[in-house]
Design a protein around this ligand. Sequence first.
Ligand code: GRG
Length: 334
Amino acid sequence: MPGYRGPVAVLAPLLQLPGMAGELRRVEVALRQAVVTNDPFFTQMTTHLVEAGGKRWRPALAVAAGSCATGGAPVSDEVVLGAVAVELVHLGSLYHDDVMDEADTRRGVESVNARFGNLRAILAGDFLLAKASEIAASLGTEVAALLAATIGDMCAGQVRELQTAYNAGRNEEDYLRAIDGKTASLAASSCRIGALVAGLPRPQVEALTAFGQRFGMAFQIVDDILDVVATDEQLGKPAGNDLAEGVYTLPVIRALASPGGSPELAGLLGRPLQADEIRQARTLVRADGAVSGALVVARSYCEEAVASVAHLDCAGVPDLIDTAQRLLDTVPTG
Ligand code: GRG
């Protein structure tokens, strides 16, 4: 099983669902098969982050949604393949994201670009996306089209984020649209693919998709809060990276807009930051309730996620609800 699990221990209700460990072992076996190439050197690149670990909550969402059709009994091999496809898309996006950010570490190990160089990291990321597409095609036209559209949405979300880099005037609407594309779209598709491949009725497919979208929004907001409040060790990469890269997320937008504002923070932003400036900016963002303000927004997405599936009476749903209700529990407030 993967080593590095990262922060957000409150995903436990999802990841420790009865039977989930066994289902994720099946995902892991199929995932490792999918990333092996004909060339041992290329395989080192394509397997690098898979072996480093990760929380695997996107495949867990697909499995939980799919388990609605089995009453909690093991899901079909096709649902497991759907779960593999969404993790492959996530992995491909991490490879490309780390090239864009010139990141040195990911999942507690050297990033692919740091170890093998940008050109190889891009190609290995492309390979992972190609594998995801191949698997999705084996699951039917609807799944293939959905995953392709999701990759497009993720690119659009990422471009939206790039367009506001170093812009201290970035507003919340822009932020929410960007994270809808870069993160919530894949979370929604993870649930949707699990539900579609399991053959659930359309109303259940729609309800589970809505859960994934809202949960993905909340997850990204929590991830952005952790960038401001967590340590390097907890994150498996340098804390404050978003601030350093000019990505001003919800807690930062809230801190800048707070009564009295934070002239000191505004004075720091708008340009790349040195290590001591990152520390200073993180302290300023934590100082004035902006973190709790961002948590309120995340909480309302969790509530919407719960409301989307509360009427469904099927296996997996109580644990999805529990996960959404507890997502925020261990985030330290500023
Ligand atoms: C080619 C699919 C594709 C996308 C290109 C680079 C890009 C456009 C989009 C970036 C998407 C991105 C990196 C979003 C951040 C999502 C996120 C919350 C990552 C961290 O997820 P975790 O915490 O990580 O689940 P682990 O390591 O646990 O899997």
